[in-house]
Design a protein around this ligand. Structure first.
Ligand SMILES: Cc1cc2nc3c(=O)[nH]c(=O)nc-3n(C[C@H](O)[C@H](O)[C@H](O)COP(=O)(O)OP(=O)(O)OC[C@H]3O[C@@H](n4cnc5c(N)ncnc54)[C@H](O)[C@@H]3O)c2cc1C
Length: 275
């Protein structure tokens, strides 16, 4: 039973939200609350106040300008799954996050800032070269997905900053997403894979491979990408590239390091062979 009595600030505009973040840097930001409520229920979070963003409609919406897609941080996974502008693999990812209740309430921004190594969308942002729009009373800055997650549940956000939106540059190539959990729905990932590959004249032009749940932060696999680039996607080239994969997963309550190592290689192989 929740017994938190901290005050809840409820901004209605983005300016109000930014001002309240500046005034209450120790408050917990609340978007959909699907992660925060679990921490409150588990007794691991006891903030002095909350800043509830849910009524800040400026943080919603998925738009496109000059080929760049902007996803408001408060967009839910249902919004993502149903949007025509977004890559199919990102929609596939959205449909694996919890079940309908979580997808209707859980937000893109919450998943990103929660920074769980098992956050399903995180590897996708890496392969899509996403930029995160971050705002505080000091101004707006863009942070690349590649530099956003800095350690276990640690991000590049300063105490007075809010994540405002995700920007996706035009996407080229084949984008794939795979999640391995105990079940197809309502399962925390044991391994997540995102992949983006362009091919030119039968050879790989550009390869991006990123894993989640196999380390403290989601990360690309540059050793694999380098061995794929410039070569045809033959079985032997794929196996050579996968042989170089240098992940160091851990044993935990959800899986073993050995299983994660094996499954990461198997799903990467399957997805590359299917391209
Ligand atoms: C039953 C259940 C199943 C789930 N299944 C999955 C799953 O399959 N895959 C998965 O990846 N996750 C899963 N989750 C976790 C969660 O639903 C997602 O991470 C979701 O996207 C979080 O979004 P939210 O808006 O609810 O975040 P919140 O709980 O509101 O916030 C999460 C964190 O982000 C911060 N935050 C949120 N928005 C902002 C912002 N705009 N600026 C700054 N800080 C912000 C909050 O302060 C908090 O620290 C599950 C959770 C539950 C309860």
């Amino acid at each position: 039973m929740l017994s938190c009595t901290a005050p809840v600030h409820q901004p209605r505009t983005l300016d109000e939200a930014v001002a309240q973040r500046a005034m209450h840097p120790f408050a917990t930001v609340l978007a959909g609350g699907t992660d925060v409520m679990v921490y409150l229920e588990g007794g691991t979070l006891n903030p002095p106040a909350f800043i509830d963003l849910w009524k800040v409609n400026e943080l919603r919406g998925i738009t496109e300008t000059a080929g760049t897609t902007r996803i408001g941080a408060l967009s839910t996974w249902t919004d993502v799954a149903n949007h025509a502008l977004l890559p199919g693999a990102l929609k596939d990812c959205a449909r694996t996050i919890g079940a309908a209740q979580i997808q209707n309430r859980g937000t893109v921004g919450g998943n990103i800032v929660n920074a769980s190594p098992a956050g399903d969308s995180l590897p996708m942002w890496l392969v899509l070269d996403a930029l995160f729009e971050v705002r505080s009373w000091r101004g707006t800055r863009m942070v690349s997905a590649a530099s956003f997650w800095q350690g276990y549940k640690r991000t590049a956000l300063q105490a007075d900053e809010l994540l405002i939106a995700v920007h996706l540059p035009p996407t080229s190539g084949d984008v794939r997403y795979r999640k391995v959990g105990t079940r197809l729905a309502q399962a925390i990932s044991k391994v997540v894979l995102a992949l983006r590959v362009t091919t030119e004249h039968g050879r790989v032009g550009d390869a991006r491979v990123a894993f989640g749940s196999v380390g403290p932060v989601p990360a690309r696999a540059p050793e694999v990408e380098a061995l794929l680039t410039g070569r045809p996607l033959t079985e032997s080239n794929i196996d050579e590239a996968i042989g170089a994969l240098a992940i160091t997963p851990i044993d935990d309550v959800r899986s073993t390091a050995e299983y994660r190592n094996d499954v990461a290689r198997r799903i990467l192989r399957a997805e590359l062979l299917a391209l």
